[in-house]
Design a protein around this ligand. Sequence first.
Ligand code: BG6
Length: 487
Amino acid sequence: MAKTPNDISSLVLFGATGDLAARMLLPSLYALDFDGLLPADLKIIGTARTELDDEAFRKHARAALVDHLPQGFFEADRADRFLERLHYVPLDITRPADFEKLTTLVDDDHAGVAIYLSTAPSLFKAAIDGLEHAGLTSNKVRMALEKPLGTDLASSREINGAIALAYPEERTFRIDHYLGKETVQNLLALRFANSLFEPLWNATHIDHVQITVAETVGLEQRGDYYDGTGALRDMVQNHMLQLLALVAMEPPADFDATEIRDEKVKVLRSLRPIAAATVKHNCVTGQYAGTQSGSGSYSDDLGRPSETETYVALKAQIDNWRWANVPFYLRTGKRLAERETEIFIQFKRIPHSMFAHRGARTVPNKLVISIQPDENIRLLVMAKTPGLDRDGLRLREVPLDVGLANAFADHRRRIAYERLLLDLIEGNPTLFVRRDEVEAQWTWIDGIRAAWAEAGLKPAPYPAGSWGPSEADQLIERDGRHWHNGP
Ligand code: BG6
């Protein structure tokens, strides 16, 4: 591919032998290479503590491609060509002298470098010290960071502060992989490339919004990380608040990093704090319990008792003109009935039904944006059931369906990280999270956690494989609404 002025010539992956690299980063880089989208001279330098040489790392990477690429996508000769870009430097992050080994590999022709830190946040500071020691903080170097960026506002500020000393904001790329998902970006197209929805996209016409990220997986060998984190900080603080911000933001003037992020941060700052006095009304937490069919509980999976929430449901309010009194119900959990990520928007009821005396019932229109496992957008509208209506008129809800897989059948579905890695390589920060967004997210989340502690909120048990604790149903049903489960 033709080099753009911002392109880099070295990508350094910290945590290169880890799970994220194997499942997402290496397959995404292969896919970009496959399509000829990587700069021709790009070197990919993996580093981790494990003692490997280039050959052993290439072997490891090859196995990761075989295991994790979508079926039929692995081609041996393409993989061999891609693997030639790979190099490896064993490195102990806590030893600054080790970083010197990187400088010999990273091009010194003044082309750019991107560092991708996919390591425990407790090592961020040491990594930055080491990179400074090796002179890898010049204005040609950009820094990409994986979550979690801290565990609360104070620790996030500390991490962001340490990064800012070495890398200014315009060279810092905070990753939220949900922003790389195709349907998430499509939300912008739906809202701002159609004239149909925007006039209705407000408190006058929308009754409420639901955002669900339901997972069927449990702990997945991440017990220590997850138990110290919980569903609120693992999923709501980042992915779900980003989805909420994209649904709720004002129209940006331009598809541009500053414009879009300015609008998102305004929404995040308008989230009404949830205080101890109202927390039980607005939040439910849960933890999966075992089932009779033998599925283990969270404590079984973890190997010790714990009070960490594996489920959370929240009623959020955005205090601005557009969204006054429109609740945003958020829920996420592990070991739920189905894997389903969706944004559900329910419009207001019609003000009067001319069909009522003919026996027909109407239900409000809904817009369902499914992000995974299926990518589609459905608008549910009322239609007449065919017939002569001699026994009364019947109306039924039917979908106007945009199955994206069908509409764009000739386009390969890309891994979210492909988009983000390419943007990092080309230096486009639009889909990365700015510091003020992260801090606004933490401010709201810290308030909730303080309220939980003050009100003594404890996770309610829910059977693995269910839709979560019954208390979460009550949270929404108290308002005369229901969770949208299933199709
Ligand atoms: C991660 C969380 O950020 O997102 C995981 O740490 C979660 O707990 C994952 O499983 C979900 O991502 P996706 O893309 O599978 O929805």
